[in-house]
Structures are given as C-alpha cells and as structure tokens.
Design a binder for this molecule. Structure first.
Ligand code: SAH
Length: 220
C-alpha cells in the first residue's frame, strides 16, 4: 500500500529530524493511518509535518507534536523504569477527528477521549469504527470537568489550551501520573506544560512554545 511507505518515511523523519526517540511512540505513529482521519482532499498532505483542518474551526495537530506529547506522557515517573511499558488509563481532552486517540491506544491500556463538539465527536466515532479499537472510549462532554468515571488516570493529555489547567485534571490523576497540556504562559503565548503528581507533591515544568486551539467550556 502506497500510504504505508509514505507513513514509514514520516516515522523516519520524526526520529531523524524531530528527535523522537521512544520506540513505542515511533511504532504507534507508524501503525495509524493519518490520511484516514482527514478530508479526502487533504489526504495527500496527511504525512507532512503540518496541522490540518478537521471541521468546525478545529485542527488535527502536526505529527511531530502528537509524537512529542505522547513521548512526554510515556516518560511519566510511574513508567520511568519501564522503557517498554504501557500506560494504564489515559484521558485525552479534545478528541477532534480521533487520530491521537488511535495513536494513544497503542501505548495505553485504556483511552478515554472527551470532545465538547457533537459534530466532531460523531466524526471521530465514524473514523474509529473500522479500526475496532475496543480500548478507546469516546465521550461527548466538557473535558474541563475531566471524566471522573475513568479516574484515576496514569496520564492526561490535552489538545486544547486555556489560561490554566482545570484543577479537576490534577484531582483525577493517579500518583506517579503525568499531565501534558498546552497552557497560556504569561504574555509569551502558549507553552507545553508537564505536571507530575509525586508522593511529595506536584511538579510543574514549562517546555517549548506551542499553538493549540482554545480550551472552551460546555458542550456545543
Ligand atoms: N486530538 C485531536 C485534536 C483536536 S483539536 C485529533 O487528533 O484530531 C482540539 C479539540 O479540543 C477540538 O476538537 C475542540 O473542540 C476540543 N475541545 C476544546 N475544549 C474542550 C473541552 N473543554 N472539552 C472537550 N473538548 C474540547
């Protein structure tokens, strides 16, 4: 299949140019057909390192950002001594087209993914149906409330950024777990933040600048 070869080249670039080193991430990125999650007219660009529109004013993140965030999630304290380990339950805020949820299903035991826009929730359902991923649970709701029924989570990953992280996410994080999310960083714009829940408290670290769609409350 032509897309398979193009996808493997994307994976090689993620490793060689973007510094993605975690084999679990590279395997997962190689396993999911990104072109199947975007409009037919955009499919030819699906393996370039670019974000793409998915409807309702939202975008699918570029592959390098998806890979980077999942690599950070897998580096959580609880998995630090398990280079081949799998995450337990993961919560994704912002299902969008369902692409990242599919990638996450290759590195986590269960994926709970929540989307506030009904149109995208349904699009993700349709995109994921043929993949028959029994461990991916799609939810329509306000991700700012988290999803208490699946808590505690080994990891929480957000695809939309607000002024700060909702306190519910930290409440729903397991000890040893990690949050990876974009957040407003003063006047400097958005940055990626990682938050680790350790036995002694909470550690927060700001990383590189990013550019995500806004985190909004309520369902629409
Ligand atoms: N991971 C997605 C990226 C989608 S873009 C993918 O692979 O396609 C981010 C998504 O976050 C948008 O669809 C937006 O509607 C959603 N979003 C924003 N605020 C939200 C909230 N409070 N709860 C759930 N989803 C939210």
């Amino acid at each position: 299949m032509a897309s398979e070869a193009v996808r493997q080249r994307m994976v090689q670039r993620l490793a060689a140019q973007q510094g993605i080193a975690d084999e679990r991430v590279l395997r997962a990125m190689g396993a999911v057909a990104r072109h199947a999650f975007v409009d037919g007219a955009l499919a030819a660009q699906a393996y370039e390192d670019t974000s793409l529109p998915i409807g309702l004013g939202q975008t699918i993140s570029k592959p390098s950002v998806v890979a980077r965030m999942i690599e950070l999630l897998l580096a959580a304290p609880a998995l630090a001594d398990q280079p081949q380990g799998r995450l337990g339950r993961v919560l994704e805020i912002g299902t969008g087209c369902g692409y990242q949820a599919a990638v996450l299903s290759h590195v986590a035991k269960e994926v709970y993914s929540i989307e506030r826009l009904r149109g995208l929730h349904e699009k993700a359902r349709a995109n994921l149906r043929p993949l028959r991923l029994a461990t991916v649970h799609l939810l329509l709701g306000d991700g700012m409330q988290g999803y208490p029924a699946g808590a505690p989570y080994a990891g929480i990953i957000a695809a939309a950024g607000g002024a700060d992280l909702p306190a519910t996410w930290l409440d729903q994080l397991a000890p040893g777990g990690r949050i990876v999310a974009p957040v407003q960083s003063g006047n400097a714009g958005q940055a990626l933040v990682i938050i680790d829940k350790t036995n002694t408290g909470v550690e927060r670290r700001f990383l590189e600048a990013v550019n995500f769609v806004p985190l909004k409350s309520g369902i629409a």
